[in-house]
Write a protein that binds this ligand. Structure first.
Ligand code: IPM
Ligand code: MG
Length: 362
């Protein structure tokens, strides 16, 4: 198979983690006989810094022409001072919307080798395996907004239509059928009008999935349940804002924000990005954790290219490297750790070692 990727390294640690992820992708492709073609494009502050657009037209065109998009991270402290249209985050939000990716999948699981890193007791965490289905193209991120510094008034609006809720709900229920057949839908229906529409729409659709159990949970309660008993969750369906918040929490619970991957699907081209941000404090130091980016490539192999065996091989390689005690800096309290590139190379090597003899392509 020919895997044609648009890669948008972006800001901060984005370039380091995407480079590491591409090395692992190369190892997977080589051992399974696929070819990978990568085209790089600027996004975020890397592109807006010198007066440019955080999502140049050429970048968008390149993404639309690709088989899938891998993005590193966007965001930079200097961008706090520029006008909102040039903010790096704006580039990412426009990209998600232009691609039409409305469902953002964020798996969070307890890695056996990392259980002791969690702020939760191992007995509470062990066995946690959940996935967020976060609505990604609407909600308060995209509603009408205004900002009047002089008058001291600002406003953001949360708006959802039934269609938008239905299509992401379908993704969640379909996914639950491949997992443990349980969906928890998270909202704030006791206060917010869009949440009430959310709840009634999810309820109506649930009738089509009698084999999947559904519970509704208010978002404050969900934040609490995530730390009390994360194992109760299988598929967590939620809106754009709540999904953003809860997924960072889940990432920290399972060890480190650096480990979480995401897939944004349902649009014209699928978009893959680690859940962590640009981490400007450690950018360029070579100490970033590439796991989120590497596992995002795994999700890409599975969801966009239908390469389940290759995705599983990648995930197994990550597991085996962790099991050998290899760590990035964020995954250890001590001073024995590998840099971003070296850690990615260990995973790439583990993939290659696991390849069946004779599978090597020329
Ligand atoms: C995420 C990030 C983004 C979001 C930012 C960078 C706009 O936090 O993907 O979780 O809020 O969606
Ligand atoms: Mg976030």
């Amino acid at each position: 198979m020919r895997i044609e990727l648009a890669v948008l390294p972006g800001d901060g640690i984005g370039p380091e983690v995407t480079a590491g992820a591409l090395r692992v992708l190369d190892a997977v492709a080589r051992s399974a006989g696929h070819t990978v073609e990568v085209r790089e494009y600027p996004v975020g502050w890397a592109s807006a810094r010198d007066g440019g657009d955080p999502l140049p037209q050429a970048t968008l065109d390149g993404c639309l022409a690709a088989g899938a998009v891998l993005l590193g991270a966007v965001g930079h402290p200097d961008a706090d001072r520029v006008d909102p249209e040039r903010r790096p985050e704006r580039g990412l939000l426009r990209l998600r919307r232009e691609l039409g990716c409305f469902a953002n999948l964020r798996p969070a699981m307890a890695w056996d080798a990392l259980v002791d890193l969690s702020p939760l007791r191992p007995a509470v965490l062990r066995g946690t395996d959940l996935i967020f289905v976060r609505e990604l193209s609407s909600g308060i991120y995209y509603g009408e907004s205004s900002f009047d510094q002089q008058r001291g008034v600002a406003r953001s609006t949360m708006e959802y239509t039934r269609d938008q809720i239905e299509r992401v709900t379908r993704v969640a229920f379909d996914l639950a059928r491949q997992r443990r057949r349980s969906v928890v839908s998270v909202d704030k229906a006791n206060v917010l009008a869009p949440s009430r529409l959310w709840r009634s729409t999810v309820d109506a659709l649930a009738a089509e999935y009698p084999d999947v159990s559904l519970r509704h949970m208010l978002v404050d309660r969900a934040a609490m349940e995530l730390v009390l008993d994360p194992r109760q969750f299988d598929v967590v369906l939620t809106g754009n804002l709540f999904g953003d918040i809860l997924s960072d929490q889940a990432a920290a619970l399972t060890g480190s924000l650096g480990t979480l991957a995401s897939a944004s699907i349902g649009g014209r081209v699928d978009l893959y990005e680690p859940v962590h941000g640009s981490a400007p404090d450690i950018a360029g130091l070579g100490v970033a954790n590439p796991m989120g980016a590497i596992l995002s490539v795994g999700l890409m192999l599975r969801h966009t290219f239908g390469l389940e065996a290759e995705a599983a091989a990648l995930e197994e390689a990550v597991r085996s490297v962790l099991a050998r005690g290899l760590r990035t800096r964020d995954l250890t309290g001590g001073d024995e750790w590998l840099g971003c590139g070296a850690f990615a190379d260990e995973i790439a090597r583990a993939v290659a070692l696991a390849a069946p003899a004779g599978a090597e392509a020329d």
